[in-house]
Design a protein around this ligand. Structure first.
Ligand code: SF4
Length: 241
C-alpha cells in the first residue's frame, strides 16, 4: 500500500475517534511522531492530550526570535505545567544575518518575496530539521480557522517532508475547543482574550475585527486570502493527488 493510501485509510479511521483516541491512534500507528507547537490554543490542547496519555510523541517549538513576549512566557509556563519535554528550535544565525543584510530586519513588510524568505529561514528551515528524523507530523490545524483550511483532513501524506501529517483537531469547533481548555485548565496565551485567535510572530500578527476569519490578523498587509507561512501549503498535501 502506498503512503498516500495509508494516509487515506488513517484519515477515515481517525474520523470515528474522539480527540484522546486520535492521539492514541497516532502514537500506536507511528514510530517517531513529532508534534510542532506554536503555543496557540489548538496546540496547547494537543500538548495537554499528549501529556495526559503519556505518549511517546516528541514536541517541538520553533522560536523564530520574533515571537511575542507572552508566547515565550507561555512556553515556560507549559514546561512547568506538563512533564512532557518541549524541544526548542531556533533559526540559524548566519541565515538571519544574510536576510537582514539583504532585506533589513523588517523587510517582510516590503514584498511577499521578502516575507516568504523571512518565514523560510525562521520557520521552514527549523521545521525541516525537526521533521528530518520523524515519520509523522502532528499539527493543530482546524477547518474553521480559514477558507484555506476548510478541507483539512485528519491525515494526509506530505510529499515535501515525506511524513504522514496528522491534524487531529481538524473538525473541532472553536466553541468546543474553548470548553475543553476551560474544563482542563489548559494554559493559554493571554493575547487570545484580546482579539488574537491566531498568534504568530509579533510584527506579523494583529488583533482581528468582528466577523473576520480567525487568521485575518496574520500578514494583514498582504492581499491574498490564502496567505500562509509555508508550513502548511495545501497543494503539497492532498491525500488524493
Ligand atoms: S511571521 Fe513575520 S517575522 Fe515571523 S518568520 Fe514570517 S515574516 Fe518573519
Amino acid at each position: 500500500m502506498s503512503s498516500k493510501q495509508v494516509a487515506l485509510e488513517f484519515d477515515q479511521q481517525l474520523a470515528a475517534l474522539d480527540l484522546s483516541q486520535r492521539i492514541e491512534f497516532i502514537d500506536n500507528s507511528t514510530k517517531n511522531a513529532t508534534f510542532t507547537t506554536s503555543l496557540g490554543k489548538e496546540d496547547q490542547l494537543i500538548t495537554h492530550l499528549i501529556d495526559a496519555g503519556s505518549h511517546n510523541i516528541s514536541i517541538a517549538a520553533i522560536n523564530t526570535r520574533r515571537l511575542f513576549p507572552q508566547t515565550i512566557e507561555l512556553l515556560d509556563t507549559t514546561r512547568q505545567r506538563y512533564q512532557t519535554k518541549i524541544n526548542e528550535y531556533l533559526p540559524d544565525n548566519e541565515n538571519v544575518k544574510t536576510y537582514e543584510d539583504s532585506f533589513g530586519a523588517n523587510g517582510f513588510y516590503e514584498s511577499v518575496e521578502a516575507r516568504h524568505e523571512c518565514c523560510r529561514i525562521r520557520k521552514l528551515v527549523p521545521l525541516e530539521q525537526i521533521l528530518n528524523p520523524a515519520d509523522a507530523w502532528i499539527t493543530g490545524l482546524r477547518r474553521e480557522q480559514s477558507n484555506n483550511r476548510a478541507h483539512v483532513p485528519f491525515c494526509e501524506w506530505s510529499d515535501k517532508y515525506q511524513v504522514l501529517k496528522f491534524n487531529p483537531l481538524a473538525d473541532l469547533t472553536s466553541q468546543l475547543m474553548d470548553e475543553l481548555i476551560t474544563k482542563h485548565d489548559v494554559p493559554i496565551n493571554p493575547l487570545h482574550n484580546k482579539g488574537f485567535p491566531s498568534i504568530g510572530c509579533e510584527p506579523c500578527t494583529r488583533a482581528i475585527k468582528p466577523g473576520e476569519d480567525e487568521r485575518a490578523g496574520r500578514w494583514w498587509w498582504e492581499n491574498d486570502n490564502s496567505r500562509e507561512c509555508g508550513l502548511h501549503q495545501r497543494k503539497i498535501l492532498q491525500v488524493n493527488e
